[in-house]
Every structure is written in C-alpha cells, then in structure tokens.
Design a protein around this ligand. Sequence first.
Ligand code: DGY
Length: 329
Amino acid sequence: MPNPSVFATRHIPEAGLQMIREVAELDVWAEELPPPYETIKERAAECEGILSLLTDRMDGELMDACPRLKVISNYAVGFDNIDVDAATSRGILATNTPEVLSETTADFAFALMLAAARRVDEGTHYVEAGQWKTWGPELLLGQDVHHATLGLVGLGRIGTGVAKRARGFSMRVLYYDAVRRPDIESVLDIEYADMHSLLQQADFVSLHVPLLPGTHHLMGARQFKMMKNTAVLVNTARGPIVDTDALVDALRVGEIMGAGLDVTDPEPLPADHPLVQLPNCLVVPHLASASVQTRTKMATMAAENLIAGLEGRMPPSPVNPQAVGAKNG
Ligand code: DGY
C-alpha cells in the first residue's frame, strides 16, 4: 500500500513535520500567508490528511472536495475554523492541541494585563519619540495589579492558569463560567460571580472562553458600560468574542482604562485601525502560545493526532471521537 498523502497548510516546527514524513507523503505550503481556500481544495484533493491552522476554513464544501480525507489535525487548541458537524457526518476525524499551550498562554495573558495596566507600550513609544526629558511624578501613571480584583470569564485550563498566577500577586479572583467549579474555587481561593457582578467589580477582565455562537460579542457596549472606568480588558481567546466597534468607543470615551489584545476581529488588524492607533490599547499579533517550547509541543501533538487519524486509531486529542476509524471500517 502506498503511503497516505498529507497537506500541511503552513510550515510548523520541524519536529512535527519530521514525524509526518516518516509515515506519509507530505506537501507543505511554504508561504508566509495562508493558502487561499480554493488552493487548499486543490492541494488536498487526493489527501487522507490535512494539517490545518486556525486561519484555514475547513467546511463541508472543502471536505467534499477531498473524498479520501480521514483526518483534519488543527495546529491550535481553538477549532472554530472547523465545521465539526460537517466532519463528523462525513466520518472525518478532527483534532486540536489542548493542554500543551495552557501555561504559556496564561503567562501571556498576565503579560498583557501587566503591560496594559502599567502602560509599558506607551512608555516605550514615549522614549522612542524622544519625549523623555526627566523623571516625572505624574508621568504615565497606571493602575496597580497587585491586590486588585481579577475577573476571569471562562475557567478552563488557561483561565485556571491565570488564576494561579494572580494568587502570586495577592489578587482577589472572581470567575464566571457556564459550569461552576467548586473544586478549583477551594484550591485556589477564588469566587464564582455572575457576569454582571464580575464586570462591575473587576479591575481586570480576562477572557478565556471558546468562540461559539453563544460567546460571539459576549463583550459589547452594555458590558463595557458595566465595567469600572479604571478597568482593563485582556483578550487572548478569540477576537469575535469582543464587539470591536463597541470596544473602540469604550476606549475612546474612557468607559474603560485600557485593553491588551492578543486576538482581534478582524485578524490581522490594519495598522491604521483605531485599536492599533489608540494609546490605551495594546495589540499584538496572536502570540499567546508563541514560545519555542510550546510551538514545538503543539507540532508534535498535531503530528501524533494526524498519524493516529490516518491509521484509524484514537488520537491524543480528538474533537469528535465518534469519527475515529470511520473511514477505515
Ligand atoms: C490556539 O491554539 O487556539 C491559539 O489561539 C493559538 O495557539
């Protein structure tokens, strides 16, 4: 039997690609920008496996264009780019890369929180612009992070990682989630709050929910009005969880003090976008999992998932386990 064929929609760390090459004929899209949708359809038309990124739409039409497809291995924990129902109904396994990136992403959420609260970005721009003349008693005053109240929206693995870090800063931690977690509450000494009271009390609101129809624009004009005008919003989850126009307005009129955004809607944001231009908004290009160690672990996990899918075995992290082996039977 010839080796199966796999299309990888981007170059990922070599450790993962090497694992795939050992069992499959691997075609890697080598450009910096993602392959256009129609190109993926053509390049994957004869493939049993696709290694996809969060920038690649994987829908039923694309799956139908690839009749041999057994597995879509997403190089991300989020899988809102995949139509999972379409995959399941076609017997195609979908997988993601959870856990390996949780601590790294929690580090980054904390970095954004500190940087936005203490105006690090504005400080570097101030120096770069040659405005630094002397030590100023009231220069670029920010908000304290230690002993402040943190509101976590979502208490999955990443939200829990942020809560652990917050304990080290003597913060009071509130969380809202669809599922209450008394086990974590007692271990980390954190409190459950409904969304309304969390937004009213929090000095920092950090988002850690997946993008679903129910979380789309979870943060909009009404929610920003509930927040303190000294509060900071941090988003390392998905851009469309926040209503971009409402956030621009809230930052402009000082309804909230600032925002630290790893993810935006749209992505990428053009350099002249108000969120990029506003001094109280810090935007970075979707970097939260971007450490050498974590991106390498994501690569090997995505490869393990993909290989298991090709072989009809249960992968380390299936999104739709009911599809395991469906095309082998
Ligand atoms: C993910 O994995 O979903 C992140 O957004 C990128 O690592």
